[in-house]
Design a protein around this ligand. Sequence first.
Ligand code: R5P
Length: 303
Amino acid sequence: MVQPIFSCMIVIPGPASIELGGRIAGELGLEPKPLDYRVFPDGESYIRLTSQVACETVVIVQTTAPDPDTRLMQLLLTAGTAKDFGAKRIVCVIPYLSYARQDKRFLEGEALSLDVIFRLLEAAGVDDLVVVDVHSAVSMNAIKERHDICVHNVSAMPLLAGYLERQGYDGAYSLSPDKGAVHLAEAASKVLGGGYGSFDKFRNRKTGDIEMKVKDLNIKGERAVVFDDIISSGGTMARAIEALRAQGAAKVAAACTHALFMGGAEEKIRKAGADLIVASDTVETPFSRVSVASAVAEILKGL
Ligand code: R5P
């Protein structure tokens, strides 16, 4: 039997992360503690703790897609209740942090959504937040400064790149669809070799349409992988894959941390010419071939 590493830490997988929460607990040598939950017919969430939490470090694992508002509410209810029952420290692992893309007021009068999420977590008594490949670490760090929450940002890129290496992409060129995500391609290229770079993407904030500036990458006959934090509609990834194919790339893969895959995304990306699609398990989908459990557990071991 695996001995628990921590006698005073318990892991509660939230309704959206039963599998990943179980994997994280397993990495720590702990049994996951179940949460009693349901959603009433009117959409309200109910939760009840089934374990003693007094004097414990309580780790709640809950991703926030699909259905971000319900998932966030379940997380807040769980954290607030653990606090009420005497938890010593509340650690929220939110593998995919929704609302993180709205980390600025792009238009006058807009909500600064990520800041409001931090306020809510703080009010629920959260001490530590662990996220995976948050949309912009720079913006999140600026927002974090205004709150009393310790934040840890884990990257799935080395894990995704390791998977791709085993699938025949060793030495492939790593690319991000926009400059803001070039650190993802850089991290992946440390595993794959083969160099890295980015295209340049602009989003019209009123229509949501994207425009991509494509440069010549001298990629004819080569293999390439496009790395992004999120695939949602698939539009960004499809444009990047299409551009690589147009430049004569021999084999192209699409990799992301958070696979939201809203209606038709897979078809769009395959039609653009992707040979392989891979994602992590921050959002559980058929593309989740890589687990972030070990990387998250490493952070938890250091708390
Ligand atoms: C945005 O900047 C993100 O990094 C992703 O590129 C974006 O969210 C992907 O969205 P979609 O799949 O809808 O193009």
